[in-house]
Design a protein around this ligand. Structure first.
Ligand code: NAD
Length: 496
């Protein structure tokens, strides 16, 4: 069900850090949190200095010695299920907090962000029960043999650094496996979206998570919470979702102390539409992949290659789909399209809209800022935009824009489509549309990405591996794959 009005969020008017089971303040001046739909300040946020970050890391380290460390996997699984229930019990509050931070439509927050935030805890509760290690019986010269077996132990204190596009969903995607496997965490949500992570502190407390296991510090990246956290020597591992450039800076910080990283980074994903596909399904799928969450999805499709016989029909139908999107008040039932996250991000996206014109694009639809009622005029809105006719070396084709836009180009041969899709430093995801099963397997194997979807997009089974190839990430999370990052694997060898 989609809620149609916001419950009061008075407790989130001033947003504090959550450390060692309590909400705490810090001496730095507070910073503004704005509603992207209106541009109005809706909350003030405490910014962590180095001392607050050290306090959070210390709490997380101490909690590793407390009851959390000795809980059985089954008992931790029970706590994780209580966390999922706790989010669902306060569903409307979480939806409202996410909408206030992002401006996204209530239909999206209530059908994607918050349900997935809860589901992440359940999936990793199941995972604890299912995880196993290897065992080998070895020969020895005396004939008695030896038994080797794997023993998994928590990594320790995990720093979790999050982006703003799917705040609760992406944060819990990392916090849930970290806690499931016995670690403690210090989370730094994006400065743009501090609210749902803060609310989760209350849910943790109510679910009986011991103090210090889940900690939250607010602030920015450089010279702020992000940098202090990744540079803190008592952090054992860093998991990060965000831009590739930020990943480079975090990797440099992690190099000191040789600490492991798990990175989910940027993308410039290609969709490929073959003439033998179900064209209605392909148009709907590509429209969703280009415009969902106003294009602010790492898996989104900004480059579309369409086989020439259906190119004109595809572009015309995609235009109709883009023009059917309705921007507006996030709480209105009719709204299907939200603003961008910030004025800075809007300027960046509009910069690419201008660049497309300079590079000779034909604007099929959009390309500017929509007309909206006065109440929303201060928000960070742009139009859903489709281009054709750009050369492949245009920055619009090569760089991640992270806005509601895509370029559509025709192709003639399968190998040409594959080569153009692969001509990118990124390798996060692709979406392939075809009625030919053999071709589906062939193309999915040939595109160098972490996730290949065929005749669908963003269809996730949370037990499967998730991550990016090339500059789109390091490592895989999801299901058992997260075990490699969230645990240490020790081999025990017993002489028999
Ligand atoms: P960002 O890299 O600007 O910021 C992400 C987080 O890193 C924020 O919390 C920020 O404060 C922090 N940060 C920034 N500089 C830092 C530093 N030097 N040290 C430590 N922390 C620092 O990314 P964003 O703009 O919030 O998110 C959009 C980006 O995230 C896009 O590139 C998108 O593709 C990517 N993304 C990837 C995935 C994925 O699964 N691969 C998912 C969502 C978003």
């Amino acid at each position: 069900m989609t809620p149609t009005s916001s419950p009061p969020l008075a407790d989130l008017a001033v947003i504090r850090h959550f450390i060692d089971g309590r909400y705490v303040e810090s001496p730095r001046p507070l910073f503004d949190n704005r509603d992207p739909a209106t541009g109005k300040v809706v909350a003030q946020v405490h910014e962590a200095d180095a001392a607050i970050v050290a306090h959070a890391v210390d709490a997380a380290r101490r909690a590793l010695q407390g009851p959390w460390a000795t809980l059985s996997g089954q008992a931790r699984a029970k706590v994780l299920r209580r966390l999922a229930d706790g989010i669902r019990d306060r569903f409307d509050e979480f939806v409202a907090a996410e909408i206030r931070d992002t401006g996204k439509p209530a239909s999206l927050a209530s059908h994607l962000d918050i349900p997935r935030g809860a589901a992440n805890f359940e999936v990793f509760a199941d995972q604890i029960a299912a995880s196993a290690t290897e065992a080998f019986r070895s020969d020895t010269p005396d004939g008695r043999g030896a038994l080797n077996y794997g023993l998994r132990t928590p990594r320790g204190v995990i720093a979790v650094i999050c982006p703003w596009n799917l705040p609760l969903l992406l944060m819990t995607w990392k916090v849930a496996p970290a806690l499931a496997f016995g670690n403690t965490v210090v989370v730094k949500p994006s400065e743009e979206t501090p609210s749902t992570t803060t609310l989760l502190g209350e849910v943790m407390r109510d679910a009986g998570v011991p103090d210090g296991v889940f900690n939250v510090v607010h602030g920015f990246g450089p010279d702020s919470a992000g940098q202090y956290l990744t540079e803190h020597p008592d952090v054992d591992a860093i998991t990060f979702t965000g831009e590739t450039r930020t990943g480079t800076a975090i990797m440099q910080a992690a190099a000191v102390g040789v600490r492991p990283v798990s990175f989910e980074l940027g993308g410039k994903n290609a969709g490929i539409v073959f003439a033998d596909c179900d064209l209605d399904a392909a148009v709907a799928g590509i429209a969703r992949s280009a415009f969902l969450n106003s294009g602010q999805v790492c898996l989104g499709t900004e480059r579309v290659y369409v086989e020439r016989p259906v190119f004109e029909a595809f572009v015309s139908r995609l235009k109709t789909a883009a023009e059917a999107l309705v921007p507006g008040d996030p709480w209105a039932e009719s709204t299907s399209f939200g603003p961008l996250i910030s004025s800075r991000h809007r300027d960046k996206v509009l910069g690419y809209y201008a660049r497309a014109l300079d590079d000779g694009a034909t604007v099929v639809t959009g390309g500017g800022v929509p007309q909206l009622p006065d109440a929303l005029a201060g928000g960070y809105w742009v139009q859903p935009t489709i281009w054709t006719g750009l050369p492949e070396d245009s920055a619009v084709i090569r760089e991640e824009i992270f806005g509601p836009c895509c370029h559509v180009a025709p192709f003639d041969r399968e190998d040409e489509a594959i080569a153009r899709a692969n001509a990118s430093p990124y390798g996060l995801a692709t979406t392939i549309w075809t009625g030919d099963l053999t071709r589906a397997h062939r193309v999915a194997a040939a595109i160098e990405v972490g996730v290949a979807w065929v005749n669908c997009w963003f269809l996730r089974d949370l037990r499967t591996a998730f991550g990016g190839a090339r500059q789109s990430g390091i490592g895989r999370e999801g299901g058992v794959h997260g075990l490699e990052f969230y645990t240490e694997l020790r081999n025990v060898c017993i002489k028999l």
